[in-house]
Design a protein around this ligand. Structure first.
Ligand code: PEP
Ligand code: MN
Length: 346
């Protein structure tokens, strides 16, 4: 249950309400949303407390919530969240296309990719500088040096940077280089990291844990929202299954399901979602048709030589082909284009 207090209410009034709630020995949490102070209470709150709250002049509204995630759910907020960064809007009228290598490998590599993508009108450049690799012997990323190259390339071509943050100790290191913090699949359950990201201003791309249920995923988002950062983007990237024919099982149904259960934008990552180059285009089409707000795809000038995830990275011309091939699916969706404010390929 979410109790929204009136905007501009004094701290002493809030403290008085808190004292009274504490006297009832009933657990509650404090949060903020769009400038409104909130109290979050559990659904089994006794009716006398609810009635008392309802009669309080300081209370703007009381919204019952039927799901364990409160702020992330559509009971609390029916309209879809839009996140604005610079000229780009996430979860708005444009499909967000996010592309770039799995890992930043060199200055020339990231500049070549950024240049090519910017010619296509792509505004979001991805690239990992701190890589969560299964083996400690695999390439671990160029770390801060890689971040600097990524930022430089993005600035040169007027793009936004999406990059993974592996640990809360890295927040201050990564923040100046990133526009969006990516939380990878392996870290979706890292609740301490999620809480720390709730204290930052950067939008957070929260990838689905590879064995996370939809509810666990939305509760992970709730950790960030509850700490005060409303800018969370979810990303379906496939879940583990028994079938080794694909790297992960991309859960396309999760896309419309998230749109029903939550107001948060939802992107899809068919690269991690399938692990196979030739499955990326069909799964991109399926994701857009299913209502994805964005597509994150690994692209590399020479995938055979990639230091990570080459098998699920598209070479640049194949990516350009994909961007054209998904256009009819964009037209059939609730998006106008992948370029904000204008139609692609005019
Ligand atoms: C990635 O985007 O390169 C990545 C490691 O993703 P995930 O966390 O989904 O595996
Ligand atoms: Mn990758």
């Amino acid at each position: 249950m979410i109790i929204t207090l009136k905007k501009g209410i004094t701290q002493s009034r809030i403290d008085a309400l808190k004292d009274r709630l504490k006297q009832q020995c009933f657990p509650f949490w404090e949060a903020h949303w769009e400038g409104y102070p909130l109290f979050i209470l559990s659904e089994d709150t006794p009716s006398d407390i609810v009635e008392w709250m309802d009669a309080e002049e300081a209370v703007e509204s009381i919204v019952p919530v039927s799901t364990p995630y409160q702020l992330a759910g559509s009971d609390f907020k029916a309209d879809r969240t839009r996140i604005t960064i610079g000229n780009e809007e996430i979860g708005g009228n444009a499909l967000n296309l996010v592309a770039g290598p799995c890992s930043v490998e060199s200055r020339s590599q990231i500049f070549e990719v950024a240049h090519f993508l910017s010619e296509l009108g792509i505004k979001f450049l991805r690239g990992g500088a701190y890589k969560p690799r299964t083996s400690p012997y695999s390439f671990q990323g160029l770390e801060e040096g890689g971040l600097a190259m990524l930022r430089e390339a993005a600035d040169r071509y007027n793009m936004l940077v999406v990059t993974e943050l592996l640990d809360y100790n890295l927040i201050n290191t990564v923040a100046p280089y990133a526009d969006i913090f990516q939380v990878g699949s392996r870290n979706m359950f890292n609740y301490y990291l999620l809480k720390q990201l709730g204290h930052t201003k950067h939008p957070v791309l929260l990838k689905r844990g590879m064995f996370a249920s939809i509810q666990e995923w939305l509760l992970a988002a709730e950790y960030i929202l509850l700490e005060g950062n409303p800018n969370v983007i979810l990303c379906e990237r496939g879940i583990r299954s028994y079938d080794s024919a694909v790297r992960n099982n991309m859960d396309i149904a999760a896309i419309p399901l998230i749109r029903q259960l939550s107001h948060l934008p939802i992107w899809a990552d068919p690269s991690q979602g399938t692990g196979k180059q030739h499955l990326i285009e069909p799964m991109s089409k399926a994701s857009v048709a299913a209502g994805a707000d964005g597509l994150m795809i690994e692209t590399h000038p020479d995938p055979d030589k990639a230091l990570s995830d080459g098998a699920q990275s598209l070479d640049l011309n194949t990516y350009a082909h994909l961007v054209k091939a998904i256009q009819p699916f964009i037209d059939a969706s609730d998006k106008k284009s992948y370029i904000s404010g204008q139609l692609a390929f005019q």
